[in-house]
Design a protein around this ligand. Sequence first.
Ligand SMILES: NC(=O)c1ccc[n+]([C@@H]2O[C@H](COP(=O)([O-])OP(=O)(O)OC[C@H]3O[C@@H](n4cnc5c(N)ncnc54)[C@H](OP(=O)(O)O)[C@@H]3O)[C@@H](O)[C@H]2O)c1
Length: 335
Amino acid sequence: MVASLEERQVYGEMMAGARQKVLITGVGGMLGTDLAEILKNDFEIIGLDKKPAPHLGRPIEICDLLQERKLRDVMLAHQPSVLIHCAALTDVDYCEEHPEEAKAQNVEATRNLVVLANELDVPIIFFSTDYVFGGTREGEYLEDDTGKPLSVYGRTKWEAEELIRSTAKRAALCRISWLYGVYGRSFPRAILGQTESVRNIRVVSDQTGRPTYTKDVAGAILRMLSEKKEMVFDSGVRMYHISNSGQVTWAGFARFILEKLGRSDVTVEEISSRELNRPAPRPYNSVLSLKKTESALGIQFRPWEDAVADFLVELADTKKKEAAKAQEKAEGDPQ
Ligand SMILES: NC(=O)c1ccc[n+]([C@@H]2O[C@H](COP(=O)([O-])OP(=O)(O)OC[C@H]3O[C@@H](n4cnc5c(N)ncnc54)[C@H](OP(=O)(O)O)[C@@H]3O)[C@@H](O)[C@H]2O)c1
């Protein structure tokens, strides 16, 4: 049984001073990991993913969002105050070739979560993407612009957006773009991987966007939840764009990474999207306007170059720590 709103209000009063519970889906992924890390000092985190995430160093709920019954049990057991929905099928080319799976993971899983959020009367923070847009616009895309997705991934995320706009009682719908972080697959990590074996990297130069560090997204969400609560908790659905500022092509992004690493021995060869010939088409321009979110949050997002510089330092640090741990384990293991 779901506790009534009144019951939960009384409970909330009894628990005054207790930390609010935040449930994060896809907590083992790139964004979920940094959200859990950044929010953990101020909130009680309930992590949920469909497989274990040992790198988090904390227990999580193992649950596929498509398992409605199990998901309901998890929600009722924890009664979170807010849901942060990071889980999705994010491999854009895989989605193109597996449209039904993409629809299930990105739309139906979201539907299951929204039903429970409405029932528990808690807000949901949903992450969408710049790939909901067609990319032919000259300037920046605004929150209220109509989606014109080119790919299966973009279409399923747009469908999930529409579902939230039409059914969620309380939601913050946050579009993010060109996301990268220390955990998981991302463009900077792919570039770094390539430098280990090749001296010439072919990168597309006809797509422009705003690279975004997971830590900066997590920082914006922390601010929403702690200082700008109305952005999340007010009734209705609000749309926000979150990314670092500035804009660049993928080739420019790659060149900047190599420059920062002092890898003048590796060159970037500019190619067109047509030459790269990936299964899923991508928008040529997917620069998201940040004005509305910056004004609501009362901050300015930092330039993408500063965020990438921090990311490279943190990545090197993390790799060093992982290597030291592996060494320790090897030395401690009996022969
Ligand atoms: N990555 C980007 O460039 C980008 C750009 C714009 C917006 N976004 C959006 O930002 C959000 C976070 O992206 P991300 O890159 O952090 O994702 P990610 O690294 O792919 O992590 C997603 C996590 O969710 C899990 N998951 C997927 N389906 C699930 C289900 N049905 N039930 C439970 N767990 C499930 C995944 O498990 P498996 O790995 O086992 O599938 C994975 O651990 C997503 O909504 C994405 O659409 C991402």
